[in-house]
Each structure stands twice: as structure tokens, then as C-alpha cells.
Design a protein. Structure first.
Length: 232
């Protein structure tokens, strides 16, 4: 089985049958008797809306049914998304450090890209270790490449942080977006690991806490430490 029912998460042989060009019929799951994947017939707008609504079904569709099964490695589309996230995060850091870095340069931006890579690794790494320690005993095999893709997919709201640089907001938009991303990460890990909500919250919190520690350490270096002196 390489596909799953988006409703109950059980494996299925296929999610639709094709009876001719453009003529398909959705397959019903033999366990829950609902359509195995209703998103086959949905437009991308509906999929995006369900992502914003934190629907677990849409994560099952995108992670398991939308792309071919990968034994190893990351799908190239997720690599592209991660690259965009890195550029966005680096630009936000660079924009916030204008007073410290009065003369912007490509070298400064590339170094901030490296900082963003370290921070993302500091988030994913502890989650993977925690999964190995706490969850892997329940599974014969844990696909860590799909774990990484689940985290990348559920961080889709990161580009919204750019709105803070375009318009001023009375509310702490940065905090609200980060809370949404945290919630999205929780839903994605819950779907991927088929675990409880609280276990998923604990996994994401562990990654977020370690990333915060690393970010604060790097921030002291880039704002007032030797890196800031090197860039100025």
C-alpha cells in the first residue's frame, strides 16, 4: 500500500478508478466507507483553505497521496519550498538588522541564510531524535524523510511574516503567525505519526524550545558579537 484514506488513515490500494479520459470515480475506503481521498476532485483553492483550517485530511492527501512514494530522500518540491522559507527568514532577519548593518551586502545576506539553516536544523533535529526515542518503538520503520516533509509542509505560513514589513499592525502579528505555524506542525506530526495530540504537542514544543535557545545564541553573535563586527 502506498496510499491511505484521508478520513481514517488506513491503507488503500487506490483512491480513484479511471474509466476513460477525464472519467474517474472515487474509491470508497473499505474500513470507514467514505471516499478514500475527496481532494482528488478538489481545486487547489480548497486544499489551501483546508490547510488554513488545519484539517488533518488535507495533510494525509498531500503527504501520502499527492506524490509518489519515496523510500529515501526529499521530494524536489519540498526542497524548493524549504529554499523559499530560508530566503524569507533570512530577509526578515536582514531587514530587522538594518540599524546594526548600515551597509547591506550579499555577504551579510548569505551569512544570515546560514543562520536560518542552523535554526531550521535546530528545530527539526530534536523532533527527529524525540520521535526516535519516544515513538519509533511502536513502528517497525519510521520514515524520517516524510517526517521532514511533514514539518516543511506544515510551515507553509512562514511567508506571511513578510506582511509585518509591508503594513504596520496594532496586534502582534508575528506571535499570531508563529502560534498558527506551531498548531499546523502539531496537526502534521499527529497525522504522520498517528499519535495523540498531546504527544504531537510535546514533540513540536521540544523542537521549538531548542530552536529558541539556538536562535538566542546566534542573535547575540549577529547583533553584538563577532559576527556583527565582521559584517559591519
Amino acid at each position: 500500500f502506498t496510499m491511505i484514506c484521508v478520513e481514517c488513515g488506513r491503507p488503500v490500494n487506490d483512491v480513484y478508478k479511471e474509466y476513460g479520459v477525464g472519467n474517474i470515480r472515487l474509491t470508497r475506503c473499505q474500513y470507514c466507507n467514505r471516499f478514500a481521498d475527496k481532494y482528488v476532485e478538489h481545486e487547489m483553492v480548497i486544499i489551501i483553505l483546508d490547510l488554513l483550517l488545519l484539517r488533518p485530511q488535507v495533510y494525509r492527501h498531500l503527504l501520502f497521496n499527492r506524490m509518489h512514494y519515496l523510500e529515501y530522500g526529499i521530494d524536489v518540491r519540498y526542497i524548493k519550498i524549504l529554499t523559499v522559507f530560508l530566503f524569507f527568514e533570512s530577509y526578515i532577519k536582514w531587514f530587522g538588522m538594518r540599524s546594526v548593518l548600515p551597509n547591506p551586502s550579499v555577504l551579510q545576506y548569505l551569512l544570515l541564510c546560514l543562520v536560518s539553516c542552523i535554526e531550521i536544523s535546530a528545530f527539526i533535529g530534536p523532533i527527529a531524535l524525540a520521535v526516535r526515542a519516544q515513538v519509533s518503538h511502536a513502528y517497525a520503520i519510521v520514515k524520517y524523510n516524510y517526517l521532514i516533509m511533514a514539518i516543511i509542509l506544515s510551515s507553509f505560513a512562514k511567508p506571511f511574516l513578510l506582511l509585518m514589513m509591508v503594513w504596520p499592525y496594532a496586534v502582534p502579528l508575528n506571535t499570531m503567525i508563529n502560534i498558527f505555524i506551531f498548531s499546523s506542525n502539531v496537526v502534521a506530526l499527529k497525522v504522520f505519526l498517528a499519535c495523540s495530540t498531546w504527544k504531537s504537542v510535546a514533540l513540536v514544543a521540544a523542537g521549538a524550545a531548542f530552536r529558541l535557545i539556538v536562535s538566542l545564541s546566534l542573535s547575540s553573535l549577529t547583533h553584538t558579537g563577532p559576527i556583527a563586527r565582521f559584517l559591519s
